[in-house]
Write a protein that binds this ligand. Structure first.
Ligand SMILES: [Zn+2]
Length: 457
């Protein structure tokens, strides 16, 4: 297995150029450690480059390539990259994550930093004439640099409406007017330049690598500017939005990454994933949409690593896959994703678990032809208003037809009473209850009965 993986990852690593003129062949050795982690060693030559944006791309490429190989054979406990046996901090001790701190922003209202991945950036150096480019290429109609901004705006709007006492802020500028230097709309421009404009006196946010003279310097500064911005505004959490890619075009689905060793980030990442899963899959078209069970800690993403608060990187779907790309462009999918992320964030903030929406019917009493009462209880976190659908079944021999009843509630709690009408037939009546919340999440169908006494006032 290790040899097989080493070979496959070698092919993936050497199938394209990552580090321009500096790259020779990349060695890849794969080993499992005692903890069940997959150690991927890229040899001694690349240690110096371990903190570059190109290395993040290469690592992400290898994570996806490994996944394609091992998906249904076993579960490893995360992929860790090494360089001649050493981790990145051996070569770049300054890259260690900052100590976590509690958010306490100046005006008392914590910010949630929403960071749309990538965007237009400038190639550094005369060789490239300081020209500007997108960071990703378009595939199946999806330009990652642009679509992440769209999702971030939708998410910001959703969070504004549904999350109280915290302000969602974007790391890029959501304006359509022109960025003078590039003639691109501002919304296409990566975070680094927006933050340079917003925080001219804080170059440590957006110009953190003044000594780097390589072509990719501003791209890496862009990646770093996002957690540095979140740290600067003392954000309560950071959520980075991306779409994923890998060469085969077959890998699909949603993944969420957090930085190894940050339990709070894992909690945030797990809740975000769970919220998305529940709501995206409630759409019939996406009921089988592939989504992880748990957030992943593979690799070493600067956006998460350098954040001093809980931070999660969301790979919404694979733009390299045709079906996933179509989903990314679908308005219903977009809406479900941002509802799911918002719900996940709320669960995280409330310290709640992520539970499936399950209902149980208790006892019910009433008088024929009058409103009676049933008790019910549920698990999960339905968003209100919630619709109730009672379907009568096994109607007695006197019944001409079963009577269904509908209702809606702006406030629900568990357990709760619900007014259910007794039909004009004495005796027990069997009902099947399903509840549907405002996100379209549908509960199980719970069975129970209401006992109706005959009354003749
Ligand atoms: Zn990305």
């Amino acid at each position: 297995m290790e040899q097989h993986l080493s070979r496959r990852l070698y092919e993936a690593a050497n199938g394209r150029t990552w580090f321009d003129e500096r790259q020779g062949p990349i060695n890849v050795t794969v080993k499992f450690d005692d903890a069940g982690q997959l150690l991927v060693d890229l040899g001694p030559g690349l240690g110096e480059l371990s903190n570059t944006a190109e290395m993040e791309d290469l690592e992400s490429w290898l994570i996806n390539a490994a996944d394609l190989e091992v998906a249904d054979r076993f579960t490893h406990r995360g992929i860790v990259f090494r360089f001649d046996g050493k981790d990145m901090y051996f070569y770049h001790p300054e890259e260690r994550p900052p100590p976590p701190r509690r958010s306490a922003s100046l005006n008392g209202v914590p910010r949630i930093v929403l960071s749309p991945g990538h965007g237009y950036y400038r190639l550094y150096g005369k060789k490239d004439n300081y020209s500007w480019v997108f960071q990703r290429s378009e595939q199946h109609g999806v330009q990652e640099d642009v679509i992440t901004m769209e999702y971030a705006e939708l998410l910001q709007e959703e969070m504004r409406q549904r999350i109280w006492g915290a302000v969602p802020v974007l790391a890029r500028f959501d304006a359509s007017y022109t960025h003078a230097e590039t003639k691109q709309p501002w919304r296409h421009i990566s975070a680094r330049y927006y933050l340079a404009w917003q925080y001219p006196k804080n170059p440590e946010i957006w110009h953190s690598l003044p000594d780097d003279k390589t072509q990719g310097r501003e791209r890496l500064e862009d990646i770093r500017s996002r957690p540095f911005f979140a740290n600067h505004v003392d954000a309560a959490a950071a959520v980075h939005l991306h779409t994923n890619a890998e060469p085969s075009g077959t890998v699909r689905g949603t993944r969420v990454y957090y930085h190894r060793g940050s339990p709070e980030s894992k909690k945030l990442a797990d809740r975000l994933l769970c919220g998305m899963k529940e709501i995206v899959r409630s759409l019939p078209r996406y009921e089988d949409f592939p989504m992880d069970e748990e957030a992943r800690n593979d690799g070493n993403y600067g956006e998460n690593r350098l954040a001093a608060m809980p931070s999660a990187l969301v790979e919404l779907a694979f733009h390299s896959n045709k079906g996933d790309a179509a989903a990314l462009l679908d308005d219903d999918f977009k809406k479900a994703v941002v509802s799911g992320l918002t719900k996940g964030f709320k669960l995280y903030r409330e310290g709640a678990e992520c539970e499936p929406f399950m209902v149980e019917l208790g006892e019910g009493y009433g008088y024929t032809n009058h409103i009676g009462t049933v008790t019910l209880s549920f698990k999960g976190y339905p968003r209100t208003p919630v619709d109730f659908h009672f379907e009568e079944f096994d109607c007695g021999p006197l019944a001409t037809e079963c009577i269904n009843q509908y209702g809606s509630r702006y406030s629900v709690s568990s357990p709760m009473y619900y007014p259910l009408r007794c039909p004009n037939r004495p005796g027990p009546h069997k009902y099947r209850l399903t509840m549907t919340d405002a996100d379209g999440v549908i509960s199980n169908a719970a069975e129970g009965e209401i006992n109706c006494k005959f009354v003749d006032w």
